[in-house]
Design a protein around this ligand. Structure first.
Ligand SMILES: CCCCCCCCCCCCCCCCCCCCCCCCCCCC(=O)SCCNC(=O)CCNC(=O)[C@H](O)C(C)(C)COP(=O)(O)OP(=O)(O)OC[C@H]1O[C@@H](n2cnc3c(N)ncnc32)[C@H](O)[C@@H]1OP(=O)(O)O
Ligand SMILES: NC(=O)C1=CN([C@@H]2O[C@H](COP(=O)(O)OP(=O)(O)OC[C@H]3O[C@@H](n4cnc5c(N)ncnc54)[C@H](OP(=O)(O)O)[C@@H]3O)[C@@H](O)[C@H]2O)C=CC1
Length: 515
């Protein structure tokens, strides 16, 4: 019997960010392994014209929850959506809902965040820092609370090369930052943002670091732990391999490469690709929840959920495997044949961006205009290049994360818990994982049918022929122009032609002799 699964039985659990990628995988695992849990409260905001209930139904109707419905048929009765906007004061939760949350919650998993790299500092502070502070305040009024688990990121201190499982201080206190956001106008915030974030690459990593300091400073007597995942990718094993539902991290780039938009990427092939499957993050998070509640460590423990130190894979190997998978499982209606490469310096990056990204987009838009359609490729390509520039920081460096606490936790688990809540990344086979990831992107993100693979292969063959034709035509035109203008080119041309002629005559003569 799993001790962790038994621990969550009968519990009332509050999850923020339950509609996000991690939140959904977390809820799924909780229901599947502890179907006797009492209730999961989720803080949800109405979005895109959907009510809270509609959002919950959409989640439960997804393939991710198929197994849960078998194990826990009354799952819809056990999810209690609570209308809340983490951007608002007191989250705009009604008094009745708040009362219910305060009096019943046993465990809090705080996953909500803005994960956009380029978010305005005011918004990123509101969600990643102020909302964390408010949630802690709420948690301090929960008499039955046993543990508060805060999800951060392994990159919150990406300005360091070696990162320990500790909360690092920030030069400016989070409280001061929160206060200043209330009275500074946007223009001034824009001006001071680069100074505040310092040597971090974006407002996301900066505000996640501030969020950790808030957790440590304002956690009071709560039982708190911080989990720091690295780059979260598709599921590895549970509930099935390859599940992914947003474009964050590598997923968007896998689509861009598979559809033939992405042809070159500025990345260091030998840099460690610190990916971590979403189900591994969930297993560790649930084990941390159990350990924090049961063992009540004296201080706030930080747990790194990373792969680089235990089972490293580099971007070069990952890129090659992604490309190899496209051969077997191509995406439908590709713009060009998938064939991307890594560049390592500014000059080659600019060159390939012009030749492989911008030029084909301009040509295609010209074709769309000629055929009376609206051009769209240049816009799409500019967005892709912008995204690439935002991700570059993370694919050209390697970090070392210590994992003492994570390894300690693993040794505390019973063999059954090590199996049911497996977060031992050493067991992951990267080639198999990446293949399943690409397949998952095709099935769950692009919603493409596997029956379309033969047609997708045919389409790629047509693209290859068009590519050869285009290159041959281009070569002939260039050569013709050169011959018309240069005596040297004409001489070379006559030399090649006469050489070929002599070669053919020799072969013809020797074959006639043999006969
Ligand atoms: C040795 C030789 C080897 C040869 C190898 C050959 C190479 C082969 C290459 C093959 C394939 C490549 C795969 C491997 C490389 C992968 C590299 C992956 C890098 C990942 C690094 C991540 C680091 C993360 C560190 C921190 C981790 C975390 O804690 S947080 C979570 C991560 N957060 C994010 O990922 C958010 C990133 N996104 C953003 O910040 C924003 O979306 C944006 C700034 C990128 C864009 O903002 P914008 O306002 O312009 O647009 P938005 O409305 O958001 O979206 C516009 C359209 O763009 C699409 N989109 C969004 N995100 C992505 C994305 N990540 N990738 C691609 N596309 C994206 C979005 O859907 C919109 O599309 P439309 O709706 O169609 O308009
Ligand atoms: N993805 C990754 O690679 C990594 C993520 N992390 C961390 O993991 C956690 C989860 O990330 P992930 O699941 O990928 O992120 P998602 O962007 O998929 O999910 C974010 C969640 O936060 C919610 N949220 C955002 N703004 C508000 C708001 N104003 N009010 C209420 N809810 C809000 C979203 O709700 P809605 O659906 O309404 O938008 C959504 O449920 C984050 O803390 C992130 O920092 C850490 C490392 C890597």
């Amino acid at each position: 019997m799993s001790m962790i699964a038994a621990f969550y039985g009968g519990k009332s659990i509050l999850i923020t960010g339950a509609t996000g990628f991690l939140g959904k995988v977390l809820m799924e695992k909780l229901f599947r392994t502890s179907p006797d849990l009492k209730v999961i409260y989720i803080l949800v905001r109405p979005k895109e014209g959907q009510t809270l209930q509609q959002r919950v139904i959409q989640i439960l109707d997804s393939k991710l929850f198929e197994k849960v419905k078998e194990v826990c048929p009354n799952v819809h009765e056990k999810i209690r959506p609570i209308s809340a906007d983490l951007n608002q004061n007191d989250f705009a939760i009604s008094k009745e809902d708040l009362q219910e949350l305060l009096s019943h919650t046993n465990i809090v998993f705080h996953c909500a965040a803005t994960v956009r790299f380029d978010d305005h500092l005011r918004h990123a502070v509101q969600l990643n820092v102020t909302a964390t502070q408010q949630l802690l305040l709420m948690a301090s009024q929960m008499p039955k609370l046993e543990a508060f688990i805060h999800i951060s990121t392994a990159f919150s201190n990406c300005n360091l090369k070696h990162i320990d499982e500790v909360v690092y201080p920030c030069p400016v206190e989070p409280k001061k930052i929160i206060d200043s956001m209330e009275w500074l106008d946007d223009a001034i915030i824009d001006e001071i943002t680069p100074k505040l974030i310092g040597d971090r690459p974006n407002t996301y990593t900066y505000t996640k670091a501030l969020g950790e300091v808030v957790v440590q400073q304002e956690g009071g007597n709560l039982n708190i732990a911080i989990v720091r995942p690295s780059i979260m990718g598709a599921t590895w094993q549970e509930p099935f391999p390859g599940w992914v539902d947003n474009l964050n991290g590598p997923s968007g780039l896998i689509i861009a490469a598979g559809k033939g938009f992405l042809r070159s990427i500025r990345a260091t092939p030998m840099a460690v690709a610190d990916l971590i499957p979403a189900d591994t993050v969930v297993n560790l998070t649930l084990a941390v929840g159990w350990y924090t509640a049961v063992h009540r460590p004296k201080s706030t423990l930080v747990y790194h959920c990373t792969s680089g130190n235990l089972n490293p894979c580099n971007w070069g190997k990952m890129g090659l495997q992604v490309l190899a998978t496209f051969e077997k499982i191509p995406f439908e209606r590709a713009f060009r044949r998938p064939n991307a490469d890594f560049t390592t310096n500014n000059i080659t990056t600019h060159y390939w961006n012009a030749v492989s990204h911008r030029a084909p987009a301009i040509i295609y838009d010209f074709y769309l205009r000629l055929t009376g359609r609206k051009p769209r490729m240049t816009k799409l390509m500019n967005r892709l290049l912008r995204t690439l520039s935002m991700l570059e920081y993370f694919i050209n460096r390697s970090w070392e994360w210590s994992t003492y606490n994570t390894e300690m936790l693993m040794s505390e688990l019973s063999p059954e818990d090590q199996r049911v809540f497996n977060f031992d990344i050493r067991q992951l086979n990267w080639l198999e994982y990446i293949e399943n990831y690409v397949l998952g992107v095709k099935k769950y993100l692009l919603k493409e049918d596997m029956a379309g693979i033969p047609e997708a292969k045919q389409h790629l063959k047509r693209l290859r022929n068009i590519h050869y034709l285009f290159n041959t035509a281009l070569f002939l035109i260039a050569w013709r122009l050169l011959i018309a203008r240069s005596q040297v080119a004409r001489n070379v041309w006559f030399f090649i032609v006469s050489f070929c002629y002599k070669f053919l005559s020799y072969f013809r003569a020797s074959s006639t002799l043999k006969v």
